[in-house]
Write a protein that binds this ligand. Structure first.
Ligand code: SF4
Length: 226
């Protein structure tokens, strides 16, 4: 499997897998041909050199490397979270993650409206919507995440997503992330806009938070080669 780099903070090591099947307009992941090819065994051994409480599998898109990813999760021995765009999550892979005792899945639902999702990512969201239903029926703990991007994915889309999730289970965890500008795609949303989006989602869901409440990414981290 291909890994761009490791990001190490006080409690967490994030593994940034290389490559992605989406082409999001505001992608932050490096796509410059720089990566290390590594086996699950070697990656697990490298991780053991750090004293961290949890490992985040991120990217890029980690599920491009399904079999190796499952092998790594089994070897890891530390709380492990998968961050994914959800497109490649099917029943078989979800069963594999259950067997590997993955601790948590963070699945992005970038937009509910098919045309908005396609315009933003280059792909249909049908498989992502289905993956959320499969996760809800599985034993895995998961949360759904949307990045609030002014004028692209904002209140209307948040409301559609919240309605969709509530139609599955109104206890699904939902997190709204404040967009950090990449290129000139959009501007940084205000705190008031994020709070407004959270209020809208809370009309449908009982478990909504935002990046104003809890940070996913640490303030300080160091980048290491694998
Ligand atoms: S899913 Fe993530 S890594 Fe992939 S293109 Fe979109 S923002 Fe980039």
């Amino acid at each position: 499997m291909k890994v761009s780099y490791l990001s190490l903070s006080e409690h967490r090591c994030t593994i940034q897998f290389y490559g992605c099947n989406f082409r999001c307009k505001a992608c932050f992941a490096p796509n410059n041909g720089t990566y290390t090819e590594i086996t699950p065994e070697r990656l697990a051994a490298r991780l053991k050199q750090f004293d961290v409480e949890e490992v985040m599998l991120a990217g890029g898109e980690p599920t491009l490397y399904k079999e190796e990813l499952l092998a790594f999760i089994k070897l890891c021995g530390t709380k492990t979270i998968l961050s994914t765009n959800g497109f490649l999550l099917d029943s078989e892979f979800i069963r594999g993650m259950e067997d590997a005792s993955l601790d948590e899945v963070h699945i992005d639902l970038k937009a509910y409206s098919p045309e908005v999702h396609e315009r933003y990512t280059g792909h249909s969201n049908q498989r992502v919507l289905n993956a959320i239903k499969l996760l809800n029926a599985s034993e895995l703990s998961f949360e759904v995440i949307t990045v609030f991007i002014p004028d692209i994915i904002d209140n209307d889309e948040i409301e559609r997503i919240a309605k969709f999730l509530a139609g599955i289970d109104d206890n699904i965890k939902y997190r709204i992330i404040r967009y950090v500008p990449v290129g000139r795609v959009s501007r940084r949303p205000t705190e008031e806009e994020i709070k407004g989006a959270v209020s809208i989602a809370k009309e449908y869901l009982s478990n909504v938070i935002s990046s104003l409440d809890v940070r996913i990414h640490p303030l300080k981290s160091i980048r290491l080669r694998v």
